[in-house]
Design a protein around this ligand. Structure first.
Ligand SMILES: [Cu+2]
Length: 101
């Protein structure tokens, strides 16, 4: 059983080429939104809803929401550190980190 406002695990370490799948196992909507500038400079931006930038994701929060039971996947090709956030719960500290080796 996990809390409603956190990514679990909050921090994960994976190998390049790994696909990560986030599943919303809570009853409220969440986003997975990469922070612009907090991913490797040559890495592809990622966000639930398919947005091309953090700004675009923030301008359409509902478009990025994962409902209860929804999943979002991203394949990490470029080594480095990636930080991301759930936009509606940013103030609750709902952030996560993926380290790609
Ligand atoms: Cu959230």
């Amino acid at each position: 059983m996990t809390e409603d406002f956190e990514f679990d695990p909050k921090r994960s370490k994976i190998s390049a080429g790994t696909t990560v799948r986030w599943t919303n196992d809570s009853e409220v909507g969440h986003t997975v939104t990469a922070y612009d500038g907090r991913i490797p400079s040559d890495a592809a931006y990622f966000a639930s809803g398919g947005f091309g930038s953090e700004t675009a994701a923030r301008n359409d929060i509902s478009g990025g929401l994962l409902a209860s039971g929804d999943t979002y996947e991203h394949t990490f090709e470029v080594p480095g550190t990636y930080e991301y956030v759930c936009i509606p719960h940013e103030s609750s500290g709902m952030t996560g980190t993926v380290i790609v080796e």
